[in-house]
Ligand binder design. Structure first.
Ligand SMILES: [Zn+2]
Length: 214
């Protein structure tokens, strides 16, 4: 019935409800352009609802993207009393969701097409997206699957794969496998990083610092 979405780092949050003619076309365009889509349980909920609308309209599938499902990150990495977005945001010190009238709000929008209800829904929807972006920055160093910022820079420049920062320090070596790798820490998003190339040893057998892209 409606959606809200924004680009990471941009203030503007797009919103469309079913009264807009480009309701579905616009979200398709945004998804088609995105390399990664941040959502909360979106992999099994939001994206499937959208895919259904695309199919029913005989639209092409949007081009490939990475699902950055923050609910999955919460489940994989942490044990919280609840993984509900509201609970997580309050635990992290943010305000919760905008209060709404529950089911009645949905009825007033869809069945009565009440402009006041739609305004309330829009506010609720936009607040959810703003909240999600804040939580995204907190969870960033814990996210397992994320588009690699290294693919957005030319050559072998070393940037943080999660946030694109060049503010990275050497952080020892990863020795878990037969081949040792250079480790780094992003000083902006705090992500631990690992170089792609194996590192060599000096004549005394000591590991060498050998920066490579991550
Ligand atoms: Zn970073």
């Amino acid at each position: 019935m409606c959606w809200a979405a924004g680009w990471v780092g941009e203030k503007k949050i797009h919103f469309r409800d079913e009264n807009h003619d480009d309701h579905i076309d616009k979200i398709w365009e945004l998804i088609d352009e995105a390399d990664g889509i941040i959502h909360y349980n979106g992999k099994s909920f939001d994206m499937k609802h959208l895919n259904r609308e695309f199919l029913l309209r005989r639209m092409d599938p949007p081009s490939s993207y990475t699902n950055i499902d923050l609910l999955s990150t919460m489940r994989q990495q942490f044990k919280m009393a609840s993984n509900k977005l509201e609970w997580v945001s309050l635990a992290l010190g943010y305000e919760g969701k905008v209060e709404n009238r529950g089911v009645q709000l949905w009825i007033d929008c869809q069945q009565k097409n009440d402009p006041k209800a739609w305004r309330e829904m829009k506010k609720y929807n936009i607040q959810d997206v703003a909240l999600l972006e804040r939580i995204y920055y907190d969870l960033l160093p814990w996210i397992k699957t994320h588009p690699n910022y290294g693919h957005y820079v030319d050559g072998d420049k070393l940037v943080c794969k999660y946030c694109g920062s060049e503010n990275i320090k050497l952080d020892g070596w990863e020795r878990r496998t037969v081949t040792p790798y250079q480790k780094y820490r992003c000083l902006d998003c705090r992500s631990p990083l690992r170089g792609r190339k194996k590192v060599n040893r000096d004549d005394d057998g000591k590991l060498l610092n050998q920066p490579s892209t991550v």
